[in-house]
Write a protein that binds this ligand. Structure first.
Ligand SMILES: *[C@@H]1O[C@H](CO)[C@@H](O)[C@H](O)[C@H]1NC(C)=O
Ligand SMILES: *[C@@H]1O[C@H](CO)[C@@H](O)[C@H](O)[C@H]1NC(C)=O
Ligand SMILES: *[C@@H]1O[C@H](CO)[C@@H](O)[C@H](O)[C@H]1NC(C)=O
Ligand SMILES: *[C@@H]1O[C@H](CO)[C@@H](O)[C@H](O)[C@H]1NC(C)=O
Ligand SMILES: *[C@@H]1O[C@H](CO)[C@@H](O)[C@H](O)[C@H]1NC(C)=O
Length: 326
């Protein structure tokens, strides 16, 4: 994907990716690849983004910043004649929170992007990441407040998508059981730590209006919420910045999607824990087929959710969260 960038350095069209066709039905999905799936489902709306690890895998700050801008222009160009069906999340170089905030502003205000998608932590350091000279940056540190302030000012969501670990970490963690790499275990472990980092480091307390989206039914955080709350309660006495419990952020700031996790029982448990208002349908295309997601919506969900609740799950809340009718 990156290799095609040089051919499209100019933005050929003026884009407003927020102009869409509100058909009244059909699902809205946030996906991680910008391959357009043959317009399979006629009333579907898709938010496209750059597949993992994208810019988060580029260690050099200047290179990452320049690449993010080129990717965003290319994505805008790609959807420019079809924004009725496709929206976009920006790619951001997260080494420099000020520059990331400025690029988010540019893509949202000038291109009509609906928010951004970050692929978990940002790599920074020497270009060779095969040794442990590279550092991971997590956006739960105070220097990212300037970025979160922009996110809140623009009132757009930031999607946290998983990525793999760099080779030396991957070797330490997963060489004993390489079948557990990626979506089985590695993604949820790494990304849920980042999400919980935002909680315990007080990011949602400093930015009460912040909206973060996590796929795969919240990377297991709501599933494990009893133990998380119970154990964090014991840390309060040791100066943890977090002002509330994790449930409170899950009920307000963190939105999860069903992407790649069509577990009906678990969905019901999550509805009990965090509320329907926090849960949106998505698929995980192209790693999961659109047909599998649609079959779940049509064949399994009617047994547990009313028609109106399914409509809200598959599009109503996305329209609100993405500000599509803004
Ligand atoms: C919007 O979608 C509806 C239903 O698919 C279709 O009939 C209509 O032509 C679309 N409008 C535009 C402007 O594409
Ligand atoms: C980023 O670095 C890669 C690899 O060194 C290089 O091929 C690419 O042209 C650079 N991109 C930019 C935008 O500087
Ligand atoms: C958008 O442009 C491409 C390339 O010119 C073309 O193939 C495609 O049919 C266009 N799509 C729409 C919806 O106009
Ligand atoms: C976004 O950038 C524009 C200038 O391009 C500026 O006027 C505006 O204040 C910025 N928005 C925010 C929320 O800072
Ligand atoms: C979390 O905090 C809220 C108050 O913000 C409280 O009502 C709720 O009982 C707490 N939940 C747990 C599991 O501690």
């Amino acid at each position: 994907m990156l290799s095609t960038l040089t051919s499209l350095s100019l933005l050929l069209f003026l884009v407003n990716a927020r102009v869409w066709n509100d058909t009244g039905d059909g699902s809205i999905v946030f996906e991680e690849a910008w391959t357009t799936p043959g317009l399979l489902f006629q009333s579907r709306f898709m938010v496209l983004s750059c597949a993992s690890p994208c810019v988060q895998g580029l260690t050099d700050p200047d290179n990452a910043t320049a690449t993010a801008t080129a990717i965003n222009d290319e994505l805008a160009n790609l959807i420019s004649n079809n924004t009725l069906r496709f929206g976009a999340f920006a790619a951001l170089a997260m080494q420099d929170p000020v520059a990331a905030a400025a690029e988010l502003n540019r893509t949202v205000t000038e291109l009509g992007f609906l928010g951004a998608l970050v692929n978990d932590y940002q790599e920074i350091g020497p270009s060779d990441n095969s040794k442990l000279q590279v550092t991971y940056l997590f956006y739960d540190q105070p220097e990212y407040d300037v970025f979160w302030q922009m996110v809140v000012d623009l009132d757009v969501p930031i999607y946290f998508h998983p990525r793999t670990n760099i080779p030396p970490v991957s070797t330490l963690m997963w060489s004993h059981s390489s079948f557990l790499r990626g979506p089985v275990q590695e993604f949820a472990v790494t990304l849920s730590s980042h999400i919980l980092g935002l909680c315990v480091n007080g990011v949602f307390d400093r930015f009460p209006g912040l909206k973060v989206i996590v796929g795969h039914l919240g990377e297991r955080v709501p599933s494990d919420i009893w133990r998380i709350n119970d154990q964090l309660q014991r840390q309060l006495a040791f100066g943890m910045p977090m002002q509330q419990n994790v449930t409170a952020y899950l009920q307000k700031n963190i939105f999860e999607t069903t992407s790649g996790n069509f577990a009906t029982d678990l969905l019901q448990f999550h509805i009990d824990q965090i509320g329907e208002s926090q849960i949106l349908y998505s698929v995980d295309y192209p790693y999961v087929t659109m047909e599998q997601g649609e079959a779940w919506l049509e064949n399994e969900l009617p047994a547990v959710l009313h028609k109106d609740a399914i409509l809200a799950l598959k599009r109503g809340r996305a329209i609100e969260l993405l500000g599509l009718n803004r």
